[in-house]
Design a protein around this ligand. Structure first.
Ligand code: FE
Ligand code: FE
Ligand code: FE
Length: 168
């Protein structure tokens, strides 16, 4: 008989998923900062790298609250999203479209995080994990703010610089 699984299990598995993802993102952001040709994007990627370090600390606080050791669970989704970003870095290196591509990759990362933190916050609320909620929400708000900055960055610089082909 399959053992009974609950929202508690879902919460913990998903929590380990985002912990793994954040650690991968921490390694990816400096690479993106090195790859971009835009000073604004570089500063943004590095700032979010520092924020990500703080986010990981918050997640470790939640592990402590749960009485669990901080251990991630492989997230194939973030590995795929980061791999796509690396493909852009290679395929668009030295081109005027590179920064638009990097910003779009970074937004895919933020949207994954927003989905995860939105769900985790809802489940924490449902499970009465009162101390975890503000920590999850702090991470969620940073991801939302980062996503908005990326949208502005894409509109103001990268997209404007990238030459477009006229539709035929
Ligand atoms: Fe994050
Ligand atoms: Fe995942
Ligand atoms: Fe993020």
């Amino acid at each position: 008989m399959a053992s009974e699984k609950t929202i508690n299990d879902l919460f913990l598995d998903t929590f380990k998923d985002i912990y793994f993802a954040e650690k991968q993102i921490l390694k990816a952001l400096p690479k993106m900062a090195r790859a971009t040709q835009s000073e604004d994007a570089k500063a943004g990627f590095l700032q979010h790298r520092d924020e990500t370090q703080g986010q990981i600390k918050r997640l470790e606080q939640v592990f402590e609250q749960l009485g669990k050791s901080a251990r991630g669970k492989t997230c194939e989704a973030i590995q795929g999203i980061i791999a796509e970003g690396e493909e852009i870095m290679e395929d668009y290196k030295g081109t005027t479209a590179l920064d638009a591509g990097l910003i779009s990759s970074a937004q895919a990362v933020e949207h994954y995080e927003i989905a995860r933190y939105g769900t985790l916050k809802a489940w924490a609320t449902q499970l009465g994990l009162k101390d975890a909620i503000p920590l999850l929400d702090a991470n969620l708000q940073e991801e939302i703010a980062t996503d908005q900055k990326l949208t502005a960055l894409g509109q103001s610089s990268a997209n404007a610089k990238a030459p477009t082909k006229k539709a035929s």
